[in-house]
Design a protein around this ligand. Structure first.
Ligand SMILES: [Fe+2]
Length: 257
């Protein structure tokens, strides 16, 4: 940036730019700092002064400032393909990919191998039936990463089984009441509306391993052929169960309290 450009921007900033949370009078005699570039976690102003951006662009630049080319290229390709469309009754490829590849464990979800309620978020990336990444800085994430890695076996990362809980009498919070040696988490596998996602052995798929996680998620929506059976962690109404019973030719209903 040349000195003339800096001077013009200074004048224009003082005359026209209304800065947020700023005492504008403070710049009557002083220059407005004009940030012109960034690298990693640092910013640089038009005078070459560097700043550590401890707020990460007010939390919107969490990757830092060195990925402009990469992000710009991805944005260009997406803009050309489809700039935007809503998910109101319609889907599009990127939304589907994102939704299917990331499963987020939240505080209160369970890891029954450890007989432990999660206290921090953990993000699992799932591709082609295998967990490919476990993201999170917390102890919960670290335990999952270390445990699975210790098997030295890719099959420990595979999807083992999935399902959902139907027993309204089973209590999510019951495991908190007992010594872990006295429970095996059966009640937490069964409580109504949980989505049970498990990793490890799947004999039907010919996958064998000793590593195994049972992970009941709360607050999920589960759909079968487009029909919700659990919505936001609650079993859906009796009508859907009647429909399913009709399809299965059987009496089928959720257990009630
Ligand atoms: Fe299991």
């Amino acid at each position: 940036m040349t000195a003339i450009e800096t001077l013009d921007l200074q004048r224009a900033a003082k005359e026209h730019l209304w800065m947020h949370f700023t005492r504008m009078g403070g710049y009557e005699m002083a220059d407005v700092p004009i940030i012109v570039r960034g690298e990693g976690c640092y910013l640089e102003d038009s005078n070459g002064k560097r700043y550590l951006d401890a707020l990460a662009g007010l939390f919107s630049v969490n990757l830092g400032y060195s990925f402009g080319e990469e992000i710009g290229q991805a944005a260009l390709e997406q803009m050309r393909e489809l700039p935007f469309y809503t998910n109101w009754s319609y889907a599009h490829p990127r939304a589907i990919e994102l939704a299917s590849e990331i499963a987020s464990l939240a505080p209160g979800d369970l890891n029954l191998t450890f007989k432990r309620y999660l206290e921090s978020p953990v993000r699992l990336s799932v591709e082609s039936d295998y967990v490919t990444r476990i993201d999170g800085e917390s102890l919960d994430a670290e335990l999952m990463r270390e445990y699975l890695a210790a098997w030295g076996d890719r099959e420990a990362y595979a999807v083992s089984h999935v399902g959902w809980g139907m027993n309204a009498r089973a209590r999510w919070d019951a495991m908190a009441m007992y010594d872990r040696r006295d429970v095996n988490g059966t009640e937490q596998r069964a409580f109504a509306g949980n989505f049970l996602y498990s990793t490890g052995a799947n004999e039907v798929a010919g996958r064998h391993t000793l590593g195994h996680f049972d992970l009941p998620f709360r607050h999920c929506t589960i759909e079968l052929d487009g029909k919700a059976v659990v919505r936001d962690g609650k079993l859906v109404d009796q009508m859907v169960w009647n429909d399913m019973a009709e399809v299965l030719g059987a009496k089928l209903r959720p257990l009630s309290a």
